[in-house]
Design a protein. Structure first.
Length: 109
């Protein structure tokens, strides 16, 4: 599997987790995940947030925030990569970037 395909898959997993869905092709879905509440005031209660928090942060650090945002722009907002790059260059310098562990091969250039 090439690097771009891996990044696309991990970005999709992040998008699913961000929408409280366990990705269909992501292994080790916790038993009863779909029935869990998103949050709970009970600090010991099992929730979707507590179940996926570490996985979400881990995946985000692997691909970086830019690739996660790119996936969201292209697949959820139905914008082009060009539109995403314009927005990212204009809006994102105010936030510190999460540097990715793996980098995309330049398929959008």
């Amino acid at each position: 599997m090439d690097t771009n395909k891996i990044i696309e898959t991990l970005a999709r997993w992040l998008d699913d987790l961000n929408s409280w869905r366990w990705p269909k092709d992501m292994p080790f879905k916790p038993i009863g995940y779909d029935e869990l509440p998103m949050f709970s005031k009970d600090k010991k209660a099992r929730t979707k947030y507590r179940t996926q928090k570490t996985i979400f942060i881990f995946l985000l650090h692997i691909i970086g925030d830019k690739e996660s945002l790119r996936y969201h722009w292209i697949h959820n907002l139905h914008k082009s990569n060009f539109q995403f790059e314009l927005w990212y260059k204009d809006k994102m310098p105010i936030f510190p970037e999460i540097k990715p562990v793996i980098k995309r091969k330049n398929q959008y250039a």
